[in-house]
Design a protein around this ligand. Structure first.
Ligand SMILES: NC(=O)c1ccc[n+]([C@@H]2O[C@H](COP(=O)([O-])OP(=O)(O)OC[C@H]3O[C@@H](n4cnc5c(N)ncnc54)[C@H](O)[C@@H]3O)[C@@H](O)[C@H]2O)c1
Length: 335
């Protein structure tokens, strides 16, 4: 199939490598607002180039991957839907979840499939944790713990437009909790700090370290942990505890933790230092799934509605942190 890729920054250039290596992708057409980014990818990979998203969408692509900066997502998604081209779009769909609802309605009306990029859904261990919950082998789930610890903050320019740690980073944990438990989140309490980090965090009203409690519809409690300063490496983990059994995803040899138990050498591997390294296989499976969506073999495995649900959790967390109180999802969603 012939695919398009719009946006060739950090994640887009990585997706270009993954897409050109997928057997089903016969041709990849790429574009970016910055011509130098297009030239760099075209010099390294077997791709065609387009001078604009409009030209790319008019070039007969079967599907398009949108990896441009967040502020461009809605416009590019609307253009793809209007052209009848199935789209994969990086998270978040829009900064304000209410705007994503309108894009969702348009895509449904036009019958165009859209997949949103939450790669943990395609990590083998996260998927196995979901299966363990769904099969009932854990009994009644009472506790989920989800962790995303970055080794170092992204550039200040990225942080300034990111919307803050909940909308940018914790959304991956929020999506994982919904995905693994199959439950909706009803209430959020978030705490965080900017102390001791780069002054940009305080300047933009963001935090570099956050702890968030999510109350699920069954009453189960999910505890989310995030930081931008985890020197030992990139730590992505999820635990699910039930009345009969407990499972963990990410408990493997490259987990960046040093055990202080005498005589214990686990985890002894070289710690993951970057999300593209930790989740490389998940990103590949995610884009392979998109080729299945484009071919009509499967429905979207992560819909705009899923991303909107996650967006409201992030809004509730942002408000909870600002106002120092628990916030229900309904309070931000139905305002
Ligand atoms: N799923 C994940 O794990 C994950 C990880 C990283 C980033 N992301 C998301 O991917 C998106 C891009 O992040 P990034 O880190 O690659 O950012 P980046 O700033 O490195 O790259 C963004 C690129 O988009 C281009 N661009 C902006 N507007 C455009 C437009 N209208 N048309 C064409 N190109 C345009 C820019 O020139 C730039 O090259 C963000 O929305 C981010 O939230 C998702």
């Amino acid at each position: 199939m012939r695919l398009g890729l719009i946006g060739l920054g950090r994640i887009g250039a990585f997706h270009a490598r993954t897409l050109t290596a997928l057997p089903e992708v016969e041709a990849l057409v790429v574009t970016d607002a910055v011509p130098a980014a297009v030239e760099a990818v075209a010099a390294a990979l077997p791709v065609e180039t387009a001078t604009s998203p409009e030209q790319l969408l008019a070039s007969g692509v079967d599907g398009v991957v949108i990896a441009a900066a967040t502020d461009a997502h809605a416009e590019l998604l609307v253009a793809a839907v209007a052209a009848g081209v199935p789209a994969f779009c990086e998270k978040p769909v829009t900064r304000d979840p209410a705007d994503a609802v309108a894009v969702d309605e348009l895509a449904r009306r036009r019958g165009v499939a859209v997949q949103i990029g939450y790669p943990r859904r395609f990590d083998a261990a996260f998927a196995a944790a979901r299966d363990a919950v769904a099969s009932g082998e854990l009994g009644s789930v009472h506790t989920v713990r989800s962790t995303t610890l970055d080794p170092a903050p992204p550039p200040a320019g990225y942080l300034r437009t990111s919307g803050g740690i909940f909308r940018d980073c914790a959304v991956h944990d929020f999506d994982a909790v919904r995905f693994v438990t199959g439950e909706e989140v009803v209430e959020v309490y978030a705490s965080g700090t900017a102390r001791g980090g780069d002054p940009v965090f305080a300047e933009i009203g963001d935090v570099h370290t956050a702890a968030t409690v999510l109350v699920l519809e069954s009453g189960a409690q999910a505890v989310i942990s995030n930081t931008r300063y985890n020197a030992r490496g990139y730590d992505v983990r999820l635990e699910v505890h039930g009345t009969r059994d407990s499972v963990a995803a990410g408990l493997e040899s490259r987990l960046p933790l040093r055990s202080t138990e005498p005589g214990t050498t686990f985890p002894g591997g070289t710690p993951h230092t970057f999300f593209m390294d930790r989740l490389a296989d998940a990103f590949r499976r995610e884009l392979a799934a998109f080729t299945d969506v484009v071919a009509g073999r499967i429905p979207s495995p992560c819909t705009i509605a899923d991303a909107v649900a996650v967006g409201w959790i992030a809004e509730a967390a942002t408000r909870s942190l600002a106002e120092h109180r628990p916030v229900t999802v309904a309070e931000v969603r139905d305002a």
